[in-house]
Design a protein around this ligand. Sequence first.
Ligand code: ADP
Ligand code: MG
Length: 368
Amino acid sequence: MERTFEVRAPGRVNLIGEHTDYNGGLCLPVAIPAATTARVSLRDGAVHRLVSAQQDEPWEGTAQDAAPGAVRGWAAYAAGVLWALAEAGHDVPALDLRLDSTVPLGAGLSSSASLEAAVAVAAVTATGRQLDDALRVELVAACRRAETEVVGAPTGGLDQTAVVLAQAGHALLIDFDDGSTEQVPVDLAAAGLTLLVVDTRVSHDLTDGGYGSRREECEEAARRLGVPSLRSATPGSVAGLDDDVLRRRATHVVGEIARVEEAVDALRAGDWATVGRLFTTSHASLRDDFEVSCAELDLVVDTALQVGALAARMTGGGFGGSAIALVPAERADAVRRAVDTAFADRGLATPGHLDGTPSAGAALTPSR
Ligand code: ADP
Ligand code: MG
């Protein structure tokens, strides 16, 4: 292996299956073209050096310097992966990493998992190792550990699994009950469709409290139903919950898991009308029962559907972030323009537009 090489790790959007990961459920993300790239070279000694074009402060240290509690800010995500890999017994040489990303930070498109995966792939391929399936699964675990233990952010694992295991032209069905994954072909081009991603550029949940409280409500609902997780709850049992809030939260989760199963069948059959219906139901459920949408996300969804989208919904955790729309390719520009106009009419900042074409997971960039 040459001493300098490049690694690329994508962001992701979830097609459907929101707030299901921490309930032992199903979700169906795709990797997107926007990605973090890492220019990697080997250093002598044991001290890594990490620089990001998106941050002012570089970070330097050994893997042990990135143990939980020892590092803050963006380096906790990046260097935290080096610590987690060392903990898992990986022998990582000292690295010089120059990172740069086209995934907008904090837009719900998983810039954090993209950054983690870029570092993880750089670290294990630096010694010339091939990225096989088993190694990819180890990388997912290290990225998750960095985010939960070093950053201290609760994560269900959807993001790290998606950006490491995704394949171009496919969505990744993830079953959080047993950890299994399955590639589901998504042939947008054959159907003449484009997947638009709209970053609302708003985040209403500055304290992250909304995510934590939803998790707790789901756990409480499962406890009252006497099931290990809402994965084993049924619509009938959920309907019997006395508490109105817990019943609505659980109704979303149980319905959403069923919608993922239906969406997989519809995608395999090229049944886009059904995909559209499922996206609409999912969005309404997140808005009304799970209560994690917001005016800006609703505006993108409503506008896209009015201008000809086949399907549209919020994606990711909610409270801001991004929405997706499946649009006939020839309507894509019209939908983007209509969304911009709708935002301008309400005095909102111009949203960001990204391409959602299902893309490859984290990998070495082929050398030219
Ligand atoms: P997202 O939805 O984008 O994953 P998060 O809040 O989970 O939002 O992660 C965003 C954080 O990840 C940033 O505040 C920063 O600390 C880190 N991060 C993401 N991408 C980069 C990058 N290219 N360079 C440095 N830090 C990054
Ligand atoms: Mg993130």
